[in-house]
Design a protein around this ligand. Structure first.
Ligand code: CA
Length: 499
């Protein structure tokens, strides 16, 4: 998936960044040590047992020389970026160096967090907040876990650190992440910054230097001074996202085809009619950033509010997922051996069709291309209280089913009046209506676009109603939204994958 360069003041990274950037958090050993007994107190209750990870979405990515707009003082986290060079699935510590193409100097910008429990994505998912470069080939670096790191703000040394102070070093982090999530060539895994990170302000020139890699320079400006994002032409160009009628993407006879519904199954654009089971269904569009809403249905919120101490009045609860988690209609999703509670979540997925930045709720629907159905699985056993929910719970390979059809916005008169339901082996287990969303689609677009640029192909998963129960190996799970589609998925065990 090629990444669209961001506003004109952002220099493009010096190599073709084609993947997704995942950052490790709470990976600074002295930071955890400094928290002392606090890591055992509520709400954390224990130190993180697995890597804490977040997606740094594509709107945040920019290269050396960029001018990044900031609303207030920002933390400048200096991080080593590991550029993946080959598909990495279940890679051992010993094999990890073999999947690395190179290393990058990365500045992870963020507004100061108020907690490590459920900090809002508004702090970090801001345009230009991940500055990347220069990049050096892996063969040039003897030991990535033994490099001096320096941050200069306004020419003065603001921080000195070392890549070696991590809870997990490069190879251990790759092994722990690829246990549940495949990294693709072009993906970048950030080792994480020292905490606390030094702070910089609008007007500051910033430099991050990592020994043997070089120096990354950029500057900060006031948000008002940032150039406006150019308006896209009205989205949807009629090829990938046609203005009327549902459309799917399927693999058949060695090629990827666009398909339309047909009484016998589906029809390819070349006229061939096929049964549903004759093709491999792909996610119905090339997905960019995935923004997933937690607790966005009144009934589900009521069900869990005691446990979670959130209310409908709070800021929308959003987390980010990577497109690698996706699987199409009629796909299989793995239930790891030994877990007690894996559940589905039937959700209306909103597809952005047109760049959206500072869009009011009143104008928001003009930025929607259409809709599809999502089944956003979670494994509750893996829930830890650090940056909840972590990617190990929600971003597993093949654990986010999407499809079958992309339905253009013109075909859905009212997206807030759709019945949705889930059936497991034919039995209805979850029922609701999109009328019960706490934050409506226009409200979500207004909120998200207030701090980040949404782009065509970004997807908002709008949350799930009450009624989630455990599913087991062999179960057929059908998520259905009236007027949008019927998404079928089957739960399988580890044996299907052979490793
Ligand atoms: Ca969800």
């Amino acid at each position: 998936m090629p990444l669209t360069p961001m506003p004109s003041s952002f220099a493009v990274a010096p190599w073709r960044l084609t993947g997704v950037v995942y950052g490790a958090l709470v990976n600074h050993a002295p930071q955890l040590a400094a928290l002392g007994q606090a890591v055992h107190a509520a709400p954390y209750k224990a130190p993180p047992a697995h890597p804490v990870l977040q997606v740094r979405p594509r709107n945040t990515l920019c290269g050396p020389g960029s001018v990044v707009a900031v609303p207030a003082a920002v933390e400048v986290g200096a991080s080593l970026g590991v550029v993946i060079g080959r598909t990495a699935c279940r890679v051992s510590v010993d094999d990890a160096p073999g999947v690395i193409a190179g290393y990058a100097v990365v500045a992870e910008l963020g507004l100061p967090p108020d907690n490590h429990y459920r900090p809002t994505v508004r702090l970090k998912a801001r345009d230009g907040f991940t500055v990347i470069g220069p990049v050096v080939a892996a063969s040039e670096i003897d030991d990535p876990d033994a490099l001096a790191v320096q941050v200069l703000i306004g020419g003065q040394t603001a921080h000195q650190g070392h890549t070696g102070d991590r809870v997990r070093g490069v190879a251990e982090l790759i092994a722990a992440v690829t246990e549940f999530m495949t990294l693709q060539p072009g993906d970048v895994l950030l080792l994480g910054a020292d905490t606390p990170a030094p702070q910089a302000r609008a007007g500051d020139a910033v430099a991050v230097a990592i020994e043997e890699l070089g120096t990354l320079s950029f500057s900060l400006c006031e948000e008002q001074a940032a150039p406006a994002v150019p308006n896209d032409p009205p989205a949807v160009d009629g090829t990938d996202l046609p203005p009327r009628g549902p459309v799917a993407r399927v693999a058949y006879a060695g090629a990827v085809h666009t398909a339309r519904p047909h009484p016998q199954g589906l029809q390819l654009t070349d006229g061939r009619v096929l049964r549903e089971d004759q093709v491999q269904w792909l996610p119905p569009l090339a997905v960019g950033t995935i923004l997933a809403l937690g607790l966005n249905y009144a009934d589900h919120l009521k069900e869990l509010s005691k446990e979670l101490t959130v209310t409908a009045k709070d800021e929308p609860l959003v987390f980010l997922k990577g497109p690698g988690a996706l699987v199409g209609h009629r796909g299989v999703t793995r239930r790891p051996a030994g877990v007690q509670f894996m559940h589905y979540e039937c959700e209306l997925a909103v597809v952005i069709g047109r760049t959206a930045r500072h869009v009011s709720a009143k104008d928001a629907m003009a930025h929607v291309a259409g809709y599809t159905v999502c089944n956003d699985y979670a494994i509750r056993d893996y829930l830890e209280n650090w940056y909840r929910p972590n990617l190990r719970v929600k971003n597993r390979d093949g654990a986010t089913a999407l499809g079958p059809w992309f339905v253009p916005v013109a075909d859905v008169p009212d997206p807030h009046a759709l019945a949705l339901r889930t059936r497991v082996n034919g039995q209805t287990v979850q029922q609701g209506t999109t009328a019960n969303m706490v934050n409506t689609i226009p409200a979500l677009i207004e909120y998200l676009s207030s701090f980040m640029t949404l782009q065509a192909g970004d997807v908002i998963l709008t949350g799930t109603p009450e009624g989630v129960v455990n599913v087991n190996e062999g179960d057929e799970v059908v998520c259905e939204i009236d007027g949008i589609g019927r998404l079928v998925n089957t739960i399988v065990g580890d044996g299907v994958f052979g490793r």
